[in-house]
Design a protein around this ligand. Structure first.
Ligand code: G
Ligand code: G
Ligand code: MN
Ligand code: NA
Length: 254
């Protein structure tokens, strides 16, 4: 309850901050984008990670207002990086199902893009399978209009949700993100490798891109590159960084 109260004040108090974990394009070695990850600078506690507070934000519905802030903040950051000469770094934000159902995700995205003068193609949404399925008809409509606008859509934690593959045909999906569960032992466990390779193959057959998350070793990266995975994200390349550190990394990389 204390936590809920503190979280309610965190937004107005300016205590949330976005960190950015780079995504590495394997065939060029370029930083192609970043995932915005929420951090809470809680007074007296230091930097708090989402695992400790996102579930409570989901339960209480706070995730809708905070999610709106994340979209706006990501757009503000894209514009700020553009002004520094950093271009072609797409920013992915995690979207909760409650933002579709209770919020006005489409309106918030349109307003934030316009306010900050950001191209829709610079924004990507990461949705889990359960977020897609929780109000499928409504979500298909919203995503269809956002996709038409030029926004990219990725499925997060792919392969771990309770859903049928049929939705891959029904939703306008650009990218599959292979869950860390299949990446962790990809080099040593033939079953994990088989699943990861099947996801890569299926994604490409359906004209989607594919990214692996949680890549922690050179061997995992080499394996994924050899098998034509498009991008990787994980501690092997970089953890999530504050915006200014990310900008320095991109300037060296590009
Ligand atoms: O950064 P970290 O690995 O601690 O993130 C843990 C989880 O919290 C991620 O899997 C992600 O789905 C979730 N998360 C991180 N940032 C956000 C966010 O901005 N919005 C939502 N809804 N979830 C987030
Ligand atoms: O949206 P999602 O829940 O997938 O967020 C990604 C999460 O994965 C974040 O909490 C981030 O801190 C975490 N993460 C990012 N890279 C790695 C990694 O290489 N290994 C592990 N174990 N976790 C990672
Ligand atoms: Mn994600
Ligand atoms: Na994920």
């Amino acid at each position: 309850l204390d936590l809920e109260l503190a979280l309610r004040g965190a937004l107005e108090g300016g205590q949330f901050v976005l960190y950015y974990q780079p995504k590495l394009e394997l065939n060029t070695g370029r930083i192609s984008g970043v995932e915005a990850l929420l951090r809470w600078n809680r007074p007296g506690y230091g930097l708090v990670y989402p695992a400790e507070f996102v579930p409570i934000m989901e339960e209480t519905g706070l995730v809708v207002r905070v999610g709106d802030w994340i979209v706006d903040e990501a757009c503000r950051q894209i514009a700020a990086w553009n002004a520094e000469g950093i271009r072609d770094v797409r920013v992915a934000v995690n979207v909760s199902s409650r933002q579709f159902v209770e919020g006005d995700l489409e309106g918030v995205i349109r307003a934030s893009l316009e306010k900050h003068g950001v191209e829709p193609g610079m924004l990507e949404l990461e949705l889990t399978e359960s977020a897609l399925m929780s109000n499928a008809e409504h979500t298909i409509g919203v995503l269809g209009r956002l996709k038409e606008l030029g926004i990219r859509i990725a499925i997060d934690d792919f392969g771990t949700g309770y859903s049928s593959l049929a939705y891959l045909k029904r939703f306008p999906i650009d990218k599959l993100k292979i869950d860390i569960a299949f990446v962790r032992d990809i080099v040593t466990n033939p079953d994990d490798a088989a699943i990861a390779l099947a996801i890569i193959s299926m994604a490409h057959s359906l004209h989607m891109q594919v990214i692996a998350e949680g890549v922690e070793t050179r061997a995992q990266m080499a394996y994924l590159r050899r098998h034509r995975c498009d991008e990787i994200q994980g501690f092997h390349f970089s953890r999530a960084l504050p915006a200014d550190e990310l900008a320095r990394l991109v300037q060296v990389n590009h």
